[in-house]
Design a protein around this ligand. Structure first.
Ligand SMILES: Cc1cc2nc3c(=O)[nH]c(=O)nc-3n(C[C@H](O)[C@H](O)[C@H](O)COP(=O)(O)O)c2cc1C
Ligand code: SF4
Length: 448
């Protein structure tokens, strides 16, 4: 059984309240941190090997140490709770059931990076979660953990929640900062990175909810203890939101030594494929990461067991591997249509492109159109190469990584399931009947 350090207390009755959270040992890390030098906290986080849980896996302690230190300039900590990546819902679970864990992590992290005013930028649709966090912030203020001179340390800190308005691009850290400043969430050209010029042009750290919550255990138990959990550069535990054709969808905390096979088939986690079907494919790290066919999912191209960690999931690069990403683990059974699945993602990215750069704005639209054409029975063989060509022209040519997020799923689908695209083009009627149950109307649609 995986060790739990984030969700250990998630099932304790009324753990959302200060009283119960305190009774279970909550806010110990804050008391300890306030007696440490901020730089020692940064060093402890570095020692833990914690990597950002928002998708890119960048080392958190290192990111904190990049923060520019000009005297007399405010610094900010911003928690990224936008969580709009299809298939990812682990931050919601954490905030809903353990709001004080995030607030405690926020205050400790704010102290470490020198932020007196910190923000939680939360996905607009998470309205009820905002209420839960608001209540936790009120309780923390009443307990003297927020406000002026926290626990007599001389450190002042306030946390404000900002609700987004439903744009996926506002999860990208610079789009988020623009939105937080009250503007349209258009990603900024980097450099300068937020650590140098972030919110209101001040040095800013943007971290994911799970990243910040993990700091609590690192301070309580020490960075070395955290680093002993997991394997290699995948230290600590990771929250995975599992969905799709599995028996037990949900949020699981894993230590990153378990295999993908165990995660899918063990009753402790996904409980196997639903309805006794066969595993066809999996998108292991949120909708942006490459899909893997079953043959490359359970074992790597070298024939080794694939593990649920950063290194193993990306083993083989994009030719035969994928990514840990944000931990949104979507399983597809043998009945799922890859063309339809890819179209659904392409539609999402086209809709969410902010439109600043032509390769993304135009490319996402073209990809959706071509996939619509194939899916609706009017595809031509040359469309597959055209799709490939378009996705290649997006990757690496945009201001923010949404371009890549749109290109990679299309590239991986063609790379691993080209025969299915060809079958779709050669058998349009069967596909329409299978995917939509259109029966005799399929013919009319194809010839219209
Ligand atoms: C289009 C797009 C959407 C993103 N959405 C999120 C998000 O919802 N939550 C998140 O934590 N990071 C998201 N990220 C990553 C953030 O830009 C940033 O890397 C992250 O918040 C840093 O936190 P971490 O170092 O703790 O992972 C997104 C990135 C892109 C390109
Ligand atoms: S890549 Fe797409 S989403 Fe990102 S800045 Fe360019 S147009 Fe906007």
């Amino acid at each position: 059984m995986s060790k739990k350090i984030l969700l250990e207390k998630a099932n304790v009755e009324n753990i959302q309240t200060m009283e119960v959270y305190r009774r279970e040992g909550g806010y110990r890390s804050l008391e300890k941190a306030l007696k440490m030098a901020p730089n020692d906290i940064v060093e402890e986080v570095k020692r833990s090997g914690l990597r950002g849980r928002g998708g890119a896996g960048f080392p958190t302690g290192l990111k904190w140490s990049f923060l520019a230190k000009p005297e007399g300039v405010e610094r900010y900590l911003v928690c990224n709770a936008d969580e709009s990546e299809p298939g990812t819902f682990k931050d919601r679970y954490l905030m809903e059931f353990l709001p004080h864990l995030l607030i405690e992590g926020m205050i400790v992290s704010s102290f470490a990076v020198g932020s007196n005013v910190s923000y939680i930028y939360i996905r607009g649709e998470y309205e009820w979660v905002t209420d839960i966090l608001d209540a936790a912030i009120d309780e923390a203020r009443k307990a003297g953990f927020l406000g002026k001179n926290i626990l007599g340390s001389g450190f002042d800190c306030e946390i404000y929640i900002h609700r987004g308005a439903g744009a996926y691009i506002c999860g990208e850290e610079t789009g988020l900062l623009e939105s937080l400043e009250g503007k349209r969430g258009l990603p900024r050209i980097k450099p300068p990175f937020p650590a140098v010029k972030g919110l209101w042009d001040c040095p800013t750290v943007v971290n994911n909810v799970e990243t910040i919550a993990s700091v609590v255990s690192i301070i309580n138990e020490g960075g070395d203890a955290y680093a002993r959990i997991g394997v290699g550069k995948s230290t600590g535990t990771k929250l995975i939101s599992a969905c799709g054709n599995i028996n037990k969808p949900g949020v699981y905390e894993i230590d990153m030594t378990i295999s993908v096979e165990e995660f899918i088939y063990s009753d402790e986690y996904c409980g196997g494929i639903a309805n006794g079907k066969k595993l066809k494919a999996c998108v292991p790290g949120g909708s942006s990461v490459p899909i893997l066919p079953a043959s490359l999912l359970l074992t790597t191209a070298k024939g080794e067991k694939r593990l649920m960690n950063y290194e193993s999931l990306s083993d083989g690069g994009f030719a035969t591997g994928s990514m840990m990403g944000s931990g949104g683990f979507e399983v597809l059974d043998e009945d799922q249509c890859i063309v339809r699945h890819t179209l659904s993602l392409a539609r999402f990215y086209h809709h969410e492109s902010c439109g600043q750069c032509s390769p993304c704005r135009e490319g996402t639209g073209w990809m959706e159109k071509i996939l619509q054409k194939i899916e609706h029975g009017k595809g031509e063989m040359k469309d597959i190469d055209l799709l490939w060509d378009i996705q290649r022209k997006i990757e690496g040519n945009t201001i923010c990584p949404l371009g890549e997020a749109a290109a990679w799923p299309v590239a991986a689908a063609i790379r691993h399931f080209r025969d299915e695209f060809e079958w779709h083009i050669l058998n349009p009627k069967e596909c329409l009947v299978r995917n939509y149950g259109l029966g005799k109307y399929a013919e009319a649609l194809i010839t219209s």
